[in-house]
Each structure stands twice: as C-alpha cells, then as structure tokens.
Design a protein around this ligand. Structure first.
Ligand SMILES: *Cc1c(COP(=O)(O)O)cnc(C)c1O
Length: 223
C-alpha cells in the first residue's frame, strides 16, 4: 500500500472545497502506486521525467490525464506531444514554439502553462513578470497548436510561510492581470501553485490547481 485512502480523500475534499484540481505527483513512484489512486477514482497525475512518463503511460489506463510538471527539454517534446494533457513548465518562447510544432504534427492543440519565476532563489526556471508583459502578445498569434491556458509557479523552498504566501499572492496578481487579455490561444484559466508543504496556503491565495506528491504517496528517496 502506497496510498492511505482516508488521507487522499481528505486532501481531495480540501481541494474541491476551493474549486481546485488535485494533481497527484507520482514521479519516482511505481505504477502500482498510481493504480491505487486510480482505483479510488483519481485521474490527474503529474510526472517530471519524460522517459519515466512514457513507461508509465504505456502500462496504465488511457483515461489518465497526464500533467508534465518537470523541466522539459525541447528535443523531448515529441515523445509526450501525442497524449500529454497539460504541460506546466513552459519557460521559454523557444520551447513554446517546439510544443506548437509537435502539436501540429499530432493534429492537436496542446494546453500549456507558462512558468513564472516567483521565488527569490536564482535556480528556479521561468519567465519574469517583465518578460510576460512584453513578449507574449503578437508572437503567439501564429501558434495555432498551443493554448496558453494558465500560469505555474513554485514558491521558495523555505520554512518562512509568510514569504511563501507573499510569493503566491504575487503570482495571483500577475495571473489576474493577464487573465483579462484573452485571445484564441491565450486564455488564462489555470493557476498551478502549491505542493505538499504549501498547498493550503496556495489554495487560500487563489490557486486552482495543486501538485501534491509526497503527502499522497509518501516521501521520495530521490528526485
Ligand atoms: C515534485 C514536484 C511536486 C510535488 O512535490 P511534493 O513536495 O512531493 O508535493 C510539485 N511540483 C513540482 C514542479 C515538482 O517537481
């Protein structure tokens, strides 16, 4: 047993009370662990590594909605483009164009979230607020095989929950600002923020998609 059903249903209830979606982050966990949650009715799963996702996708039911939440390399987009439900971590225009190209080859529109750099740490990937403000209006026009359907962010890795809250507040503000401007392939609806350690704060600050791993599946050895 990887999953404690009572624990799952209690997190699910909190998520639903906030009108949010719970993505179960299953990276490094075996297919049996995913199957346990699947059998409880769960369908949204998040993975960070392309090869691992491909292995799992091949073994598991086709009605799973796979979220790619890791750092995606351009040369690997083609492998997940046929089936991925949502790519959370778009952190460059170049990557967005590659997703668009692969979407075209697969005859589909791929939903993506732009990752916004909200933490103070220099190591986190993502766009700055300035980049979002300047680069995304006209350039998106020719990209008919992607839809920017939201934003994603990760708070600082810190015990200081005030700091985390402020970073989430900031992302929500940026989200609200850009949500007003809607075009056929830029429609912000999803705000992906919050993980095991900070999902409660994220929900309070307006997240409508949380990505929870260790709290559902237990601690990871690595990754
Ligand atoms: C691993 C990961 C998560 C889940 O982390 P937990 O702390 O186990 O809940 C969420 N989001 C991203 C981007 C991750 O890489």
């Amino acid at each position: 047993m990887f999953v404690n059903p009572e624990n799952y249903f209690s997190i699910l209830k909190e998520t639903q009370a906030a009108n949010a979606t719970l993505v179960a982050v299953s990276k490094t966990k075996p297919v049996e662990a995913i199957k346990e949650l699947y059998d409880l009715g769960h369908r949204d799963f998040g993975e960070n590594y392309v090869q691992e996702l491909l292995n799992k996708e091949a073994q598991l039911p086709k009605d799973i909605r796979w979220h790619f939440i890791g750092h995606l390399q351009g040369n690997k987009v083609k492998y997940i483009a046929p089936f991925v439900r949502l790519i959370h971590g778009i952190d460059s225009f170049k990557l967005l164009k590659e997703v668009n190209k692969q979407g075209g080859k697969n005859n589909r529109v791929i939903d993506v979230l732009l990752q916004v750099h909200i933490a103070q740490e220099e190591t986190k990937f993502g766009f700055s607020e300035e980049e979002l403000n300047t680069s995304f209006n006209h350039e998106l026009q020719e990209l008919n095989n992607i839809c920017v359907s939201g934003l994603m962010g990760m708070a600082s890795f810190t015990e200081d929950m005030n700091k985390v809250r402020n970073e989430f507040k900031n992302l929500k503000r940026i989200f609200d600002q850009h949500a007003q401007l809607q075009t056929p392939n830029f429609k912000l609806q999803t705000l992906s923020m919050g993980m095991s350690a900070d999902y409660k704060i994220a929900l309070e600050e307006g997240s409508n998609l949380i990505r929870v791993g260790s709290l559902l599946f237990g601690k990871r050895q690595n990754g």
